[in-house]
Every structure is written in structure tokens, then in C-alpha cells.
Design a protein around this ligand. Structure first.
Ligand code: GDP
Ligand code: MG
Length: 442
């Protein structure tokens, strides 16, 4: 994507004696677009471009044989630097129990992340972990924490909606001390929007708990709005770290840059699934590539074009172009092509970085078995269902699952994956796909 656009720009410049400031401006415009597409907040983009421009106008780009690549290199480095290089693990340097306070809007993923962190600390750092919920507005939220805490193998301290959050905090702290817990994780209430009562309450909690870590949990899909939320929390609390959740969605994760810039706090973890083990130590460099949309599907297809069934691919291109949409038949076709291309392992190094990271942990034989199971599921659908996946509700799911000999959850997973692929196809509609097809033909 971005690399290509820059390469094209540079090609257009052929014939000119050398790269000029104006050319760099053109390239920066593409970078700007890529950042905005990734939902980085506008003021953050402006700042960022100004910094990159300063560097880009130096010898590094102007004197380079491949100015496009040189600029991408600078942008990538600057992005990673802005998001914080290296890894920032959780800080537990405190008289035990080390308290970790979770802050963020409702739905950001605080409760889920609390349990994920508990599991991380138990398994990776061998800690004895207690959790407690200060979310007294929603009884269900306290129960939710209890459930996920037990899944994580940690201990849960009871609280109830008729208590004051600060009393809960004091009691939990006391219990944790008496029972020699290493870490106390405090989940808190959120609001759909920032409000003063919430902020005051969490400030009180902070004063009582004196946490060694105050983590701001933010949904990566939040986009432009993430900046305002981050600013409000930063003003209320001395944030020590950020957890970016829902990075498994199809957002390009521009919020990482915005939130990091506004709070100055390091991004420590990324949530990559709703499951309890869906937490990763944040990797700034890899994330920079995602924001810029590099290592994308175009590169993948280029690599494996030899093995692709051209006719099927062209049909698919025509379909997307004519607006017929991408259905489960096409998805099935893709799965079958993947098999044709001689094993998944050969594709690995061309997958987008964020996918490779996940795929790195996958065993290839299992992945291929997985493809066969998916084929089985789609084959158990009627032609009508394949054309109109939205028809597939509970009863049909059960029938399909039975037909394919799998659990209903697996059908759900496949449908979700299909939706993601469909989303990607929609994004490519604006010419990306045709370009891709041309490359495959030539
Ligand atoms: P809270 O209101 O901040 O406590 O948010 P919750 O922890 O209850 O999470 C809200 C929703 O987001 C739940 O449905 C979670 O399963 C989901 N969720 C949280 N983190 C992630 C993540 O990293 N990936 C995905 N896919 N879902 C997540
Ligand atoms: Mg919650």
C-alpha cells in the first residue's frame, strides 16, 4: 500500500534531475493519508508529519537512490519511536501488594484485561494475584470480574453495589496485605463518556490505593475520539501505562499513536482477543507497520501469484468491481487456493506482520487441517446461505455444524473470519484489487 504509492510517486518523478522538496511533499501527503486512514487523530498526524518532514528533507531521503523506501524507513522509525521503542513490562517495584489500577471508558476492556493481566502475572512472573471490582454501578460487572478472575487462576475479593468504591479498595488492600498477595488488580467502573463523577471517584481510588501502575485501557477501534478520552484521563490521573485492546479487529490501530502522544505513557500491552490469553506485550515496531498498512495482502498475493488460479482470481476481481460483493463461495475459493499453493508454511513470510505474529505460534499441520474443516463447514451450507451469509442464524448454524461435524462455535468463528475478509475486500475495492490482479497477470 504505502510503499507502493511512494514507489509510484518516485517513478513519476523520473526524468527530473533529482528529488526536490516538492517531491518529498507529495510523498508526505501519502504518508498523511495513510495515517488518517488508520484513524490517527488529526492534530497528532500534523505533529508527526512536521517531525518526519524535518528528517526527510535531510540528506537521508534527498540523496538516496530509493527515496520512497528511505522515506518509509524514516516514517517507520519515527512511528516506532513515538510509540515507545522496546518493551515496557508491568512495574511491580513496590512494597507488596503492588497495586495496579485499571482506568478507562465503559466497554474499553478493563474487566477482561484485568483477568488477562492476572493470568500474565501468575504465569510469567509467578505472582500471587488478587483482583477486586470497584464497579458498584453494575452488579453484573462484579460477577463478570469474578468469573474471569477464576478463569485466570487468580483470587477474587468480593465487593457489592451497596459499598463505596474507596471502602472496597481499603478492604481489598487490607486483605491482600494480610494474605501476602504480591499484586492487587483493581478494576473500576467506566462511563460511556467521560464525566466528573467518574473522574473524581477514580482519583479517590488512586489516593487510597497509591498504585504502582495506573493503566489506561483504550479500545483500538475508538479512532479519532481516543485523543479526547486519553487527555481527560491523563489530566485526572498520573497514568503509567496504556493497554490497547481489540487489536484483533480490523482497525489499523492508529489510536496507539494518538494515545501515546497525548498521555506520554508507554503502551505496555495489546489485547488481541476476547479470550483470557489474548494479551500480548506491545511491540511498537510491528505496530508501526500495521498503521502504515505495509506487509499487506498485495505483497502476499505477489509472492504466491504463481500458485493462484488466475481464472478464479479474475472472476473474484470482476465481482468485487461490479459490486456484487464477496460471499462465502468466494471465501471457499480462497481457502481452496491456499491449499493449492503448496502448504501454508511457504506463505508465512509474506503475511502482514500482525498476522505473522499470530501465525508464528500456529502449527502448520493444524492450520491445514483447519482449512479442511472450514471447507467442510461452507460445504454444509446451502447455495443460498453461501450467497447470503446474513441468513445464517441460530437454527441454521446448528444444522450446518451438525452437517460438518463441528461445534456451533466453529461455525461462528468461520462467519466472523469471513466478515473480516469481506471488510478487507471492500477496502480494496477502490482500485487496490485491480492493481493487484494486473500484477498477478504480468
Ligand atoms: P469494560 O467495560 O471496560 O470492563 O470492558 P469489558 O472487559 O467488559 O469488555 C467489553 C467487551 O470487549 C467484552 O465483550 C469483551 O469480551 C471485549 N473485549 C475486551 N478486550 C478485547 C480484545 O482485546 N479483543 C476482543 N475481540 N474483544 C475484547
Ligand atoms: Mg468492566
Amino acid at each position: 500500500a504505502l510503499t507502493e504509492k511512494l514507489t509510484r510517486l518516485v517513478k513519476e518523478m523520473r526524468g527530473q534531475a533529482r528529488i526536490t522538496e516538492a517531491n518529498v511533499q507529495d510523498m508526505l501527503r501519502e504518508v498523511r493519508m495513510a495515517l488518517l486512514e488508520a484513524d490517527v487523530a488529526l492534530p497528532v498526524v500534523r505533529d508527526f508529519i512536521a517531525r518526519v518532514k524535518e528528517k526527510a528533507l535531510g540528506q537521508e531521503v534527498l540523496g538516496s537512490l530509493k527515496p520512497g523506501q528511505a522515506l518509509v524507513g524514516i516514517v517507520n522509525k519515527e512511528l516506532a519511536a513515538t510509540m515507545g521503542k522496546g518493551v515496557a513490562d508491568i512495574n511491580l517495584a513496590a512494597q507488596p501488594p503492588a497495586v495496579i489500577l485499571m482506568a478507562g471508558l465503559q466497554g474499553a476492556g478493563k474487566t477482561t484485561t484485568t483477568a488477562k493481566l492476572a493470568k500474565h502475572l501468575i504465569e510469567k512472573r509467578r505472582k500471587k494475584v488478587l483482583t477486586v471490582s470497584g464497579d458498584v454501578y453494575r452488579p453484573a460487572a462484579i460477577e463478570q470480574l469474578k468469573t474471569v478472575t477464576h478463569q485466570a487462576g487468580a483470587e477474587w475479593f468480593p465487593s457489592s453495589p451497596d459499598q463505596k468504591p474507596r471502602d472496597i479498595a481499603t478492604a481489598a488492600l487490607d486483605y491482600a496485605r494480610k494474605h501476602y498477595f504480591d499484586v492487587l488488580l483493581v478494576d473500576t467502573a467506566g462511563r460511556l463518556a467521560i464525566d466528573e463523577v467518574l473522574m473524581q471517584e477514580i482519583q479517590d481510588l488512586h489516593a487510597v490505593l497509591k498504585p504502582v501502575e495506573t493503566l489506561f485501557v483504550v479500545d483500538a477501534m475508538q479512532g479519532q475520539d481516543a485523543v479526547n478520552t486519553a487527555r481527560a484521563f491523563k489530566e485526572a490521573l498520573p497514568l503509567t501505562g496504556i493497554v490497547l485492546t481489540k487489536l484483533d479487529g480490523d482497525s489499523r490501530g492508529g489510536a496507539a499513536l494518538s494515545v501515546r502522544q497525548v498521555t506520554g505513557a508507554p503502551i505496555k500491552f495489546a489485547g488481541i482477543s476476547e479470550k483470557i490469553d489474548g494479551l500480548e506485550v506491545f511491540d511498537a515496531e510491528r505496530h508501526a507497520g500495521r498503521i502504515l498498512g505495509m506487509g499487506d495482502i498485495v505483497a502476499l498475493v505477489e509472492q504466491v501469484s504463481a500458485g493462484v488460479d488466475m481464472e478464479a482470481a479474475q472472476k473474484l476481481a470482476a465481482k468485487v468491481k461490479s459490486g456484487d460483493g464477496f460471499d462465502l463461495n468466494d471465501f471457499l475459493g480462497q481457502l481452496q487456493q491456499m491449499k493449492q499453493m503448496g502448504g501454508l508454511s511457504s506463505l508465512m513470510d509474506k503475511l502482514p506482520t500482525e498476522l505473522t505474529a499470530k501465525a508464528g505460534q500456529v502449527d502448520m499441520d493444524r492450520a491445514e487441517r483447519d482449512i479442511r474443516r472450514k471447507e467442510g463447514i461452507i460445504c454444509s451450507m446451502t447455495p443460498q446461505e453461501r450467497r447470503k451469509p446474513e441468513l445464517i442464524k441460530a437454527t441454521r448454524k446448528k444444522r450446518i455444524a451438525a452437517g460438518a461435524g463441528v461445534q456451533v462455535q466453529e461455525v461462528n468463528r468461520l462467519l466472523k473470519e469471513f466478515e473480516q475478509m469481506q471488510g478487507m475486500m471492500k477496502k480494496m475495492k477502490g482500485g487496490g484489487l485491480m492493481k493487484l490482479m494486473k500484477r498477478m497477470g504480468g
